[in-house]
Design a protein around this ligand. Structure first.
Ligand SMILES: *Cc1c(COP(=O)(O)O)cnc(C)c1O
Ligand SMILES: [Zn+2]
Length: 409
């Protein structure tokens, strides 16, 4: 195993390194450990330990991440005008801390421990921080988590509950990113920020593709819709299919979904640009993808290339569309997602309008984060809640239920 720069090809030994020594480019893990699945771990992605980067089984920190369900959603299909394909939901809310970040953090913290890290630091829009806090607690390591001051309460509470040191920094996420990089250096802590900065963490996302293909009985989906911040999850999906022989245009078309209030990759895609430019101040309810990429625009450029190589596209969705998608997921598919997690559903009408979802298309939406983390948007939705001051009057309660059930939801 070694680290290779995706820009200049320079190779480095397999250590904790965050950028190419020659050009500053993004590093990628090449090779696999070949490790036999260690006994005693909970079910999940370490079943495929051989494909990941950890060579010392004693270093693995797992809470049972990965191997999440892929659910067909017939009632949701019927509720989307013009949709005549198969809609599948990859339910990443089921990961231990409630988002797909657990895949990257389990891989990244395990490798950091193998390489002798004394503690971990992470800049996060909330979910990566919650994941790092949980895995550091499980490993008995100190954790410093840095989040933007406007991070949703549910995520802040979750991080604090695990005992991490939590630093709230005013302004956009990129400021937290810079502070994390500086603190990691000063303390000798591993940086588990989940942009493309830690190649061992990003490497942990590549099993998503093979899981989807196995769950579809060996079929490759036509489209995979990915909520996209800087894009490690897009790369994970692309790499996973490539590893099984479905690289670039032979793999699924990848759709990067962003929020209209923070859409640097969509803007570059639509302009036909080669490079992604940083966004200003994000303004959206989708906290999980509010990443303006200031100072690491190259991450977005890399993701843009992956999307183009797949023959895919990039779509921005409004906050209203996100609320509508959350409602549909909750009421037509039984899934409770945070705004970001519902963004692929919000993107479907735009893809249909562009003719990208032909009849019979197999469409996979990655539902990346749990509704428990940020329930505010649901609280503003009309709900069928009724006070029952006299529960003894069964006939009246039954009448109430009958009329409430008959209302359109
Ligand atoms: C971090 C996050 C994303 C974005 O993932 P990237 O790999 O950074 O592009 C999407 N959804 C949720 C819920 C997230 O927490
Ligand atoms: Zn390089």
């Amino acid at each position: 195993m070694y680290l290779r720069c995706i820009e200049c090809g320079h190779t480095h030994p397999p250590t904790l390194r965050y950028a190419c020594a020659a050009c500053g480019g993004i590093l990628r893990v090449e090779g696999e450990s070949g490790l036999a699945p260690p006994p005693g771990l909970p079910p999940g992605m370490w079943r495929h330990a051989a494909r990941l980067g950890v060579t010392d089984p004693g270093a693995i920190v797992s809470l049972g991440e990965g191997e999440t369900p892929l659910l067909r959603a017939p009632h949701l299909e019927a509720a989307i005008p013009g949709f005549r394909g198969e809609l599948w939901l990859k339910d990443e809310t089921r990961n231990p801390s409630g988002s797909f970040k657990d895949r990257a953090i389990s891989a990244g913290i395990s490798k950091a421990i193998e390489l002798g890290a004394r503690g971990v630091v992470c800049a996060s829009s909330g979910n990566a921080g919650a994941s790092v806090a949980a895995y550091a607690a499980r490993a008995g390591l100190g954790a410093i988590i840095i989040v933007p001051a406007h991070t949703p309460d549910g995520k802040v509470t979750q991080i604090a509950a695990h005992g991490a040191v939590l630093l709230k920094v005013p302004g956009h996420y990129s400021r937290s990113y810079d502070l994390a990089a500086a603190l990691a250096e000063r303390h000798g802590y591993a940086n588990l920020t989940t942009t493309f900065i830690n190649p061992w963490a990003v490497d942990g996302l590549k099993l998503v593709g093979p899981e989807i293909r196995a769950q579809l009985g060996g079929r490759v989906p036509d489209l995979v819709l990915v909520p996209t911040g800087s894009g490690p999850l897009v790369e994970g999906v692309a790499r996973g299919f490539a590893a099984e022989g479905f690289a670039g245009a032979a793999g699924p078309r990848l759709v990067a979904v962003q929020a209209e209030g923070c859409a640097p990759i969509v803007r570059a895609f639509e302009a036909g640009a080669e490079r992604v430019e940083a966004w200003g101040m994000p303004d959206t309810i989708a906290s999980g993808i509010s990443d303006p990429l200031i100072g690491y625009e190259r991450d977005g450029t890399h993701t843009l290339r992956l999307v183009r190589q797949s023959g895919g596209t990039a779509v921005a969705v409004s906050d209203d569309a996100l609320r509508g998608a959350m409602r549909l997921l909750a009421r037509r598919a039984g899934l409770y997602a945070e705004p970001t997690g519902a963004s692929p559903i919000a993107a479907l009408p735009a893809l249909l309008a562009r003719g990208l979802v032909p009849e019979g298309a197999v469409v996979v939406c990655l539902i990346t984060g749990h509704g428990f983390k940020d329930g505010r948007a649901y609280q503003e939705m009309p709900a069928r809640i009724h006070p029952v001051p006299e529960p003894g009057d069964l006939a009246a309660v039954a009448r109430l239920c009958e009329s409430a059930l008959a209302e359109k939801d």
